[in-house]
Design a binder for this molecule. Structure first.
Ligand code: NAD
Length: 247
């Protein structure tokens, strides 16, 4: 049990990568606080050691309440984020602002609010770990039609490195997860809303060197690793789990 005795909070755990990660962390013995904006998505999320809490990460008052309740934390997975389409000219100012509000600002506020609890655990146990959800589409690689998304996820990598640098001597690590395109409910939504959904799915698969879309279960082991002490010498890294797209 690689996370035995660890207390971990995860955002956007209602579906997709966050949900799979919450279940994987619980299966590895962690006490998991699984949060999401949507209570309906948390209703059937259950595992030994897992409890759920409603949290919209763009709501500062909710963040403060959750931070007060969470107390000392060995791990934080800032998973919440949104994909907004459009090139520089196509994306609206609202899309741009919303992308940064959810993908970057909320991560900043969440991490600030939970930092006392993370540092408390780091001081007591000698280790704590933050994992921020970035993407291969960021400062790593440019993608067509992802101007606001890629820019905001690039900022996540910058934020991650800054936190890693500032807190390395206190035993707190911070890394960014950079998945490729993952088969999640939101990806299915993007495929369904394409002009030609069948072709859109084929196009997503065509850019996968391994010939298939990754599942959320392909992501969860890296989440467990980066939150566990097995990754104790890894900090400030953008870790790719992309099936070779960036080879
Ligand atoms: P998803 O988009 O299918 O689900 C998102 C979840 O986030 C939902 O449960 C939703 O209720 C929750 N959520 C949305 N807004 C929220 C808010 N304000 N506060 C709290 N929860 C909120 O899940 P996904 O595709 O696994 O994406 C999760 C993260 O992974 C995102 O940050 C996304 O950018 C990133 N990511 C996804 C992919 C992909 O291809 N799916 C690739 C790289 C990175």
């Amino acid at each position: 049990m690689r996370l035995q005795g660890k207390r971990i909070l995860i955002t956007a755990a209602g579906q997709g990568i966050g949900r799979a990660s919450a279940l994987a962390c619980a299966a590895e013995g962690a006490e998991v606080i699984a949060t999401d904006r949507d209570p309906a998505l948390l209703a059937d999320l259950a595992a030994p050691g897992l409890r759920s809490m409603v949290l919209d990460v763009t709501d500062r008052a909710m963040i403060a309440r959750v931070a007060a309740e969470a107390g000392a934390l060995d791990g934080l997975f800032n998973c919440a984020g949104v994909v907004v389409n459009g090139s520089l000219q196509d994306c609206t100012e609202q899309d741009w602002d919303f992308s940064f509000r959810l993908n970057v600002d909320a991560m900043f506020h969440m991490t600030r609010a939970l930092m006392p609890g993370l540092l408390e655990a780091a001081e007591k146990n000698g280790a704590a770990s933050i994992l921020n959800m970035a993407s291969m589409c960021s400062s790593i690689k440019g993608f067509v039609n992802r101007c606001a998304y890629g820019s905001s996820k690039a900022a996540v990598i910058g934020l991650t490195k800054s936190i890693a640098a500032d807190y390395v001597k206190q035993g707190l690590r911070c890394n960014a997860l950079c998945p490729g395109t993952v088969d999640t409910p939101s990806l299915r939504g993007r495929i369904a809303s394409a002009a030609d959904p069948v072709q859109a799915e084929k196009d997503f698969i065509a850019r996968q060197p391994m010939g298939r879309l990754p599942t959320v279960e392909d992501m969860a082991p890296m989440v467990v690793y980066l939150l566990s002490d097995e990754s104790r010498f890894v900090t400030g890294q953008a870790v790719f789990v992309d099936g070779g797209v960036t080879i």
